[in-house]
Each structure stands twice: as C-alpha cells, then as structure tokens.
Design a protein around this ligand. Structure first.
Ligand SMILES: Nc1ncnc2c1ncn2[C@@H]1O[C@H](COP(=O)(O)OP(=O)(O)O)[C@@H](O)[C@H]1O
Ligand SMILES: [Mg+2]
Length: 267
C-alpha cells in the first residue's frame, strides 16, 4: 500500500526548503490568524483558560503561515485542547472528519472554540478536515455508512483494515486538495514507514495549497522541511527549531544509549 512513497526521498535537512512555495501560497492560506472573539468573557482560573498556551492564544492571537505548523510539547501541555478548539472554530466536527461529517459519540471538547475567531482569506479554499487518532473508530463507522456516489467504487471497509492502514487510506482519500487540515497525533497509528508516507502527504499538501495544523510527538514528522514548529509548555508556546526540540533531544539520546534513560525508570 505504501510503495508509492517507498522510493521518494525525504532526506532534505529540516527547516530548509519550500519557503518559495510557502511564499507563493502565503496569500491563499485558508486561515490567516486565530484570535479571541471580541466580546467573549471567561474565567482565567478555569480549564481550559488556565492552560498557559490557551491564555497566550487568547491574549496574543496566533498567525498561521501557509504550509505546515506543528505543535509539540509534553502530555498535558494543551496541544489537543488547542487543535480541537481551532478545528471546531473552523466548523469541523470535534470528533474528526470533514466539515460535513455528522457523527458524535461523546462530548468532551472544551468551550474554547466559542471564544475563538478565525480570520480567513476571502476566496481561499473552504475544504477542511480534522483527523485525530483518538476518535478514528467513530469516524470509520460514519465513513463506511456513507453511500458511494454515482460511478464511485464501493468504499473501503475501514474497520477491516489495521489502524495504520485505515489511517493511510483516509489520508490518501481526503488529504490532497487546497484547504485547512487539522491533525492530532497522527503518528499514533503509524509505523516508521507509514510516518514517512505521512510526511510525503503533508509535503504534497503544503505544495498544493493545503494548510496544516498538526499536534505531534514525532521527531520524524516534525523534520518536514519548511514546517513551522511551536513548542508548548507551562509558560505558553514559542517557535522552535527541529534540532533544538526537547523531543528530538530525548530521542537522539535514547537511541544512542537507551540505558541512560532506562536506569532511571527500571528497578
Ligand atoms: N474536559 C476536560 N476538563 C478538564 N481538564 C481537561 C479536560 N480535557 C483535558 N484537560 C486537561 O487539560 C490539560 C491539557 O490537555 P490536552 O490538551 O489533552 O494535552 P495534550 O494534548 O498536550 O497532551 C491536561 O492537564 C488535561 O488533563
Ligand atoms: Mg493530546
């Protein structure tokens, strides 16, 4: 299934490359900025407003460049809270899918979306899609039940594929045209090779007018050339270079010498 990327090279150095592409596409990015909706009020002591990245977003707003933006940070730093709220503010189903997706298993999203406003580019692509590992099961059920359109091949039986295969299947089908794409830890289901396939998908998307916001823990994904990286912590978020990321540093040390970590966690 992944042979179409097997011989493509994704070995350019991180942080370089497709600035010229971003420059061209910059003015057609679907979402230019996320900011506080004027007139909204909230209690800064309450979740989710008490999370530092949320407070920063509401205070400063966040300009979204063309191409790919990664959010990285420890578990609990607020990545999912941000991407869910931004996806919901973009009109996306918090449980995943396109703007048209209508499925719901439980309501666990924050009220943050209502406090946010997206500044869009007039005339830019309105297609958008939210892909999140946590709720893929419900999305697959929904997608499988959709009738195939006239002349379309029958839909893949997503529940009969492995988690990773079905994820790649959804990517291949929905992630290729200009629009706004939100992903939350897409690597959770994916092997190393499948992560490379995802890098390829994101690279093509960025070159084709796709604007991506992706929360991740993956040193592999975040090495995508030209991507912008924001690192979240208990002080907020800040731009970071791939080679300086905490997660890259940890993986580098761990792969070099697993014992340097394991001696601290194993008796
Ligand atoms: N529904 C909720 N109510 C209260 N706190 C929550 C809720 N959902 C998440 N949190 C808390 O918000 C913080 C950020 O969570 P999350 O955005 O999921 O982090 P990340 O995706 O970076 O791991 C965590 O401390 C989490 O426990
Ligand atoms: Mg999360």
């Amino acid at each position: 299934m992944l042979s179409w990327v097997a011989d493509r090279k994704v070995d350019r150095s991180p942080g370089g490359d497709h600035d010229s592409v971003s420059g061209r596409l910059q003015d057609q990015r679907p979402v230019r900025r996320v900011q506080r909706q004027e007139g909204t009020s909230y209690d800064p002591q309450q979740w989710p407003y008490r999370l530092a990245p949320v407070a920063q977003l509401l205070k400063e707003g966040l300009d979204l460049p063309a191409g790919v933006t990664f959010l990285v940070g420890e578990n609990g730093s607020g990545k999912s809270t941000l991407v869910e709220a931004i996806a919901a503010a973009a009109g996306l189903n918090p449980e995943g899918g396109s703007r048209n997706a209508r499925h719901e298993t439980r309501v666990s999203e924050s009220p943050l979306a209502q406090a946010l406003q997206l500044i869009r580019t007039p005339g830019a692509a309105r297609w958008s899609y939210f892909l999140r590992a946590e709720t893929m099961h419900g999305l697959y059920t929904y997608l499988e039940r959709l009738p195939a359109g006239p002349g379309e091949a029958p839909r893949t039986r997503l529940h009969e594929l492995s988690h990773g295969e079905s994820f790649i299947d959804v990517l291949a089908e929905h992630f290729h045209r200009p629009g706004f794409y939100v992903l939350d830890e897409p690597e959770a289901a994916l092997s190393f090779t499948s992560c490379l396939a995802l890098v390829d998908v994101l690279h093509r998307l960025a070159g084709n007018g796709g604007q991506v916001l992706c929360a991740t823990h993956s040193p592999l994904l975040t090495a995508l050339p030209g991507a912008r990286i924001l690192q979240l912590d208990d002080t907020g978020y800040a731009p970071a270079q791939w080679q300086d990321l905490h997660l890259v540093d940890h993986w580098r040390r761990y792969l070099h010498e697993p014992q340097s970590y394991l001696r601290h966690v194993l008796d």
